[in-house]
Design a protein around this ligand. Structure first.
Ligand code: NI
Length: 238
């Protein structure tokens, strides 16, 4: 993901090169609305898939298995309120992210599902620069709540489970997740009210995926999605 970070850094460098001279002057009571492209890049790690609680490696199938989660880009929105000249509180919102989920079954990777989620995150941010600096880097810590919805099982996984005698999945559910987030970002003033922004969040998102079948069988996997979220955009200071 170095390329994406580099892209964020170049946008910041461009902002610096614009050398507007206007001061951003973040002060208590300011509200900054930022919008841009937000990429959720899962750094996933999963348990083995388990059939009715037994890992597939311990069943007669005797295969190693794991779950993969693809990345997705959506429109990200943040709204920040300055509690004082150096501390802000921010809400991260976005249009729903949609991720392809794959299952590695004994070395064969099949499309398993598509899931959507919303990851609202509230962060407290610290701005170390003086309030008249045009460049405003910040760090934040926060709490994320991720809710999954529109889980759809892929026909490729259904073909596998049908060959195992389970048939097509009746449903798929992913548990909601609450976890900590850590954020680094930077605003650069290009006028009294407009800022360029680049920010990165590391978010702890852990869930359990449960596929249910007609005979009452369940296939489950614990998945730590733990994405890095990159956002580059423009902000407006009210
Ligand atoms: Ni985690």
């Amino acid at each position: 993901m170095a390329a994406k970070l580099k892209a964020s850094v170049s946008v910041l460098a461009l902002g610096v090169a614009l050398a507007s001279g206007s001061a951003l002057a973040y002060q208590q009571g300011d509200v900054v609305l930022r919008a841009g492209a937000a990429l959720v890049d899962p750094q996933e790690d999963s348990s083995e898939l388990a059939l009715n609680g037994t890992n597939l490696s311990d069943t007669p199938l005797d295969i190693d298995s794991s779950v993969g989660v693809g990345s997705n880009t959506q429109i990200g929105l943040t709204v920040m309120y300055m509690l004082n000249n150096n501390v802000g509180v921010e809400l991260l919102a976005a249009t729903p992210f949609s991720h392809e989920v794959t299952a590695n079954l004994g070395g064969t990777v099949v499309d398993a599902a598509e899931v959507k989620h919303l990851p609202p995150t509230v962060s407290v941010q610290y701005f170390p620069m003086s309030s008249d600096s045009a460049l405003q880097p910040y760090v934040g810590v926060g709490l994320n709540y991720t809710v999954f919805f529109d889980e759809e099982v892929d026909s490729e996984l259904d073909a596998v489970t049908t060959s195992l005698g389970l048939g097509d999945a009746k449903s798929l559910e992913l548990d909601d997740s609450i976890g900590l987030s850590f954020e680094l970002g930077c605003d650069y003033a290009i006028s009294d009210t407009l800022v360029l922004n680049a920010s990165v969040w590391m978010i702890d998102i852990d869930t359990t995926a449960t596929f249910k079948y007609d005979d009452g069988s369940k296939i489950t996997a614990d998945v730590d999605i733990d994405p890095i979220v990159y956002m580059v955009g423009l902000g407006y200071k009210f």
